[in-house]
Ligand binder design. Structure first.
Ligand SMILES: [Zn+2]
Ligand SMILES: [Zn+2]
Length: 838
């Protein structure tokens, strides 16, 4: 039978209607003033890069956050749920090169398009606090922060080896180099170049960034582990070996500083190993062409290993230099080698090699036939030892006056001696390096510094901010920063001496923009400060932050650093930006990440046009647990859409009865009514619990589907009036409330259909009556001789005697025990019945 048009669920009619009504009410999704006295809740999804189109990964990310925001509104919280645009960055420049559109126009038009998509999807964002990072009202504060950091010595300029992506034509931070390749260009090998660059001294906060992780128990363990490894703290000792040089003695000698975590093994050092780029190596090769050729080969091997992505897996090679070093503790002479696995940028670029007590050194010494000396024995002397013996639970031997000391005690003592005699010290090192923020690109925040020939580096005075990014700029990827070719930008008057000077032409890394944007949301229109500290104090920390795990050691470490800097500037009091973090899985299609090149991209617009925004969003939550990857199946979206159609029809069929029941006296439910209400209250309890932390939204949607199935199965009792109208009202009303975080359009439509006033968002989230939700029957499996035969239903509080009776009365049990003897019946109350039959 064809469906009557009146009876058809039509999201294309329902959704735009509500979208228009919501747009006309700017208070709907707006954060309220502090004075409301409500508890605050700041839920935030990471802001998108305005590439032009939302992709399904976005839809999923924002569907999770929006469901949570809606739930918290219904729980009576003052919710801040803002959105903005991470709008600086290279794609805008690349698009400009390709289409001859200025980056600003390209970006702003993309933002407009994506905002339309967000609105069509029905995302409940407070657009009054929108932040667009490429606009001067935002980036002037990047400049302001840069100047504050410069004053505190946290922003500085130095020449160093930096990562250079030839494709991006710019420098990259260490965090943007993934397995030796560019984070944006996974096929492009990052080169090393010597350049003068701006850095932020993130290492000044290394220890605090590390310790803070222990307190972030609302963050996924994998993110915390990634950050711990990235920070890479190691405790050890720096020690100077002396270079043996004819005629030189004592402190005249050159020193070779090594870093070791096991100074207690130093009597077992049988060589010193230098990175091929070590300064001393350059001196040695200057007069030794054959050594130089060998060292060059090591450098080449290192380069190839870096490019293959795993420098740690390099096949170890080394060459002896013919020079010797003197161990400062015992005067022992050891050969100096150059090795390809020693990295110039780690530690001091030099190590002592102790093959008796280190796996890697053992491997190297065995390969090159270097001596292997044991200097540590197990604390339990009886234990035999196979070298290398790497445990620190040991006692020193062959170590002169230190013999017999434990490793730990020896380490302390050896450090004291080094400090006393001036050849070393205890040292904590970190893998974390300072954050290189200079970019030789156009579309970013201009660095507010001026180069004057007389005064050197001169900061732009605060009252001259913002340093505006010029609009008409010729973009090429050659010849340094495009800003260098804009004379009106470059040529300035020195604020100090009034003479002619040049502006800095590098721009800031776009990760600067995202390091503090979420504070700006609390006070987005402030033109006298980045934000009002009182407002940030009220909203921070973010209660729930949601985004991709790919930011674990990029955005998520930079923004923690920035928070600590702002705290030390007196702007905020919180130590961390977000107390809880959730990282959702990816959306894939046919087993692979959606990408244009694979041709497996599903456009959100298409899905919305075909099935509606509600079905698209709800499917994104239903198809997989939020932390897992989701394999997009269009059939699944169609299925969710059909389900929403069933809800729509059910609600319309019984809305008149429900409306009429308003004001009627409640009834004591029995029979079908009781069964339906039990399911309703169970569903409510489950979904509430999930929002409180479990976040199994896929099973929440499934639970709503089960509830609807059960209500539909009782259609006859509903139609006949056997289920009283007040129960029908409760069923439908609560169903709509439970749906509201997942399918906001349909919820709004049905809410009004039920005759409710106001936004469903302002209605109270339903509570579950635990008495009503309690199951009054239980299913008990029955086994005969260890094999499952059947399941019987008994009262939830049934005692052993009743369960036994129910089992024996069961047809299947009777047919299998007929003509046999039941030797024994074992009842585990509430759990199982076992019959032993002979
Ligand atoms: Zn690149
Ligand atoms: Zn000057």
């Amino acid at each position: 039978m064809a469906e009557d048009n009146e009876q058809r669920y039509d999201p294309a009619a329902i959704e735009p209607k509500w979208q228009e009504r919501w747009a006309a009410d700017p208070t709907l999704y707006a954060a309220e003033p502090v004075s409301t006295g409500k508890p605050k809740y700041y839920v935030l999804e990471m802001l998108p890069y305005p590439s032009g189109q939302l992709h399904m990964g976005h839809v999923r990310n924002y569907s999770i956050g929006d469901a949570l925001a809606r739930h918290m509104w219904m729980r009576g919280y003052n919710v801040l749920h803002p959105m903005g645009w991470d709008a600086f960055g290279l794609p805008a420049e690349n698009a400009a090169l390709k289409n001859n559109t200025p980056p600003r126009e390209w970006t702003l038009s993309n933002i407009a398009g994506m905002k339309r998509q967000f609105l069509r999807l029905g995302m409940g964002f407070d657009w009054a606090t929108e932040v667009t990072t490429c606009l001067p009202d935002y980036y002037r504060w990047n400049q302001w922060f840069f100047l504050r950091m410069y004053e505190k010595g946290l922003a500085y300029r130095k020449k160093s080896k930096v990562n250079w992506c030839p494709e991006c034509a710019t420098v990259l931070a260490n965090e943007q180099v993934i397995d030796g390749r560019c984070w944006r260009h996974e096929d492009t090998i990052v080169e090393q170049r010597d350049l003068v660059q701006w850095f932020f001294r993130i290492t000044a906060y290394a220890q605090e960034l590390l310790e803070g992780l222990d307190k972030l128990d609302g963050w996924p363990e994998k993110v915390r582990t990634m950050q711990r490894n990235w920070i890479g703290r190691s405790e050890g000792t720096e020690v100077d070996f002396f270079l043996e040089e004819p005629g030189k003695q004592g402190t005249d000698r050159q020193r070779i500083r090594v870093f070791t975590t096991r100074v207690d093994t130093i009597f077992g050092a049988t060589s010193v190993q230098l990175a091929p780029q070590h300064v001393l190596v350059a001196e040695m090769t200057a007069s030794d062409p054959s050594l130089k050729a060998q060292v060059d080969e090591l450098i080449e091997q290192q380069k190839i290993a870096r490019e293959s992505g795993d420098i740690g897996a390099i096949e170890k090679h080394g060459v002896p230099t013919g020079h010797f070093a003197i161990n400062p503790y015992n005067g022992q002479r050891v050969p100096i080698w150059v090795a390809n696995y020693i990295l110039a940028d780690y530690g001091t670029g030099a190590i002592m090699s102790v093959p008796g007590h280190d796996e890697r050194d053992f491997e190297f010494a065995t390969k090159y036939d270097l001596p292997i000396v044991q200097v540590i024995r197990p604390a339990e002397a009886a234990l035999g030892v196979v070298l290398p013996f790497t445990s620190e639970d040991g006692v020193l031997m062959n170590s002169g006056e230190y013999d017999g000391l434990s490793c730990v005690a020896a380490e302390k003592k050896l450090q004291q001696v080094a400090e006393r005699d001036g050849f070393g010290e205890a040292k904590v090192t970190y893998r974390l390096k300072d954050w290189g923020v200079s970019r030789q690109r156009y579309w970013g925040t201009p660095i507010p510094m001026i180069h004057c020939e007389r005064d050197g580096l001169v900061p732009v005075p605060d009252d001259q901010l913002p340093v505006l990014l010029p609009h008409q700029v010729e973009i090429t990827q050659q010849g340094g920063s495009p800003l260098g070719r804009v004379p009106e930008f470059v040529n300035v008057t020195c604020p100090k001496c009034g003479g002619p000077a040049r502006r800095e032409t590098d721009t800031m890394d776009t990760f600067v923009d995202s390091s503090w944007y979420f504070y700006r949301y609390t006070d987005a229109k402030n033109d006298g400060a980045p934000y009002d500290p009182a407002k940030a104090q009220y909203w921070f920390p973010i209660d729930q932050y949601i985004g991709g795990v790919e930011h674990a050691i990029l955005h998520l470490i930079y923004s923690r650093f920035w928070t600590k800097v702002m705290r030390d500037l007196g702007l905020i009091t919180n130590d961390e930006p977000a107390s809880r973090l959730f990282t959702q899985g990816m959306v894939i299609k046919d087993g692979a990440k959606m990408s244009k090149s694979k041709g497996n991209v599903v456009s959100p617009d298409d899905m919305v046009a075909r099935y509606g925004a509600d079905a698209t969003r709800m499917y994104a939550l239903f198809a997989a647990p939020p932390d897992r990857d989701l394999d997009w199946q269009e059939d699944g979206v169609a299925g969710v859409s059909r389900f929403l159609g069933r809800v729509w029809r059910l609600a319309h069929k019984y809305a008149p009865a429900a409306r009429a029941a308003r004001g009627q006296q409640a009834v004591q439910p029995t029979g079908t009514s009781l069964k339906l209400l039990r399911k309703l209250h169970q569903t409510t309890a489950k979904i509430t619990l999930d929002f409180e932390g479990r976040w199994h939204f896929n099973t929440c949607v499934a639970a709503i589907m089960e509830l609807v199935n059960e209500i539909q199965a009782a259609d006859a009792q509903l139609a006949s009036g056997e289920v009283p109208a007040p129960v029908v009202l409760e069923l439908l009303r609560t169903l709509v409330l439970l749906l509201a975080p997942f399918a906001p359009y349909l919820a709004a439509e049905l809410w009004s259909e039920l005759g409710e006033e106001g936004a469903v968002l302002r209605a109270a989230w339903p509570t579950s009556d635990p008495e009503l939700a309690k199951e009054n029957e239980k299913e008990i499996p029955v086994q005969i001789n260890g094999k499952l035969v059947t399941v019987v239903r008994v009262a939830a509080d049934a005692v052993a005697k009743d369960i036994e009776a129910a089992a024996l009365a069961d047809e299947k049990v009777q047919s299998r025990t007929a003509a046999k003897t039941v030797a024994k019946i074992i009842v585990v109350p509430g759990r199982a019945v076992n019959l032993v039959v002979k």
